[in-house]
Design a protein around this ligand. Sequence first.
Ligand code: DC
Length: 232
Amino acid sequence: MIEKKIIIAIDGFSSTGKSTIAKHLAAELNYLYVDTGAMYRAITYYAMQQKYVTKEFLDKNALIEDLPKITLDFVYNSELQFSEMCLNGVNVEREIRTIQVSKLVSKVSAISEVRRKLVEQQQAMGTKKGLVMDGRDIGTVVFPGAELKLFMTASPEKRAARRYKELLDKGHKVSYDEVLENVQQRDLIDSTREDSPLVKAKDAVEFDNSDMGLREQFERVYNLALLKISEA
Ligand code: DC
């Protein structure tokens, strides 16, 4: 019997380890992994380059007007075994992970026209299923019919500590307090914005991984995925 493929939607607050679980899951199931946060970050990076957005300012109309000119592609890096974000043909994987982008991304992702463009592209990636996608609105807006929905949470302090370590490991200059403030700020904007706020889908399984090890978490998620695949 040929196994049916499903869509796995992983949503949650920033730095809850969504992408670690999603990547691992996609590799085990031989599914495609899509990090939708990278797409919002790339649009934000574009807006920063054009000086459409700063801490005090957002030229929403200029960005909306430019949207048809912006192309986003995931390009697979076989050495890293990871798809990297390309903005108009240029690899911006490192640039989009900086704290400067993190500080402005929630502002840009609250723009409905930006969301509409990205959601359309995300939905097109799921037509053949066999997909693990992580973000904030995947189970509620992008794929409300996803066979498996997960919602990840953890305390802001735990999340900030993880993100801080990750940034230091990659050579970014940042302080723990700056990261914690950013995590809290993004939680607030992402969950209170008007368009597609971060909320748990009714049928999502919630994981608070503040004190859960990665292995335990992965095993639970993997078993859930196998169950959903067998039921599909
Ligand atoms: O997953 P991340 O932390 O890289 O996401 C960066 C930001 O992008 C997040 O703070 C809000 C926005 N985002 C969104 O609005 N919707 C998504 N599906 C994914 C990310």
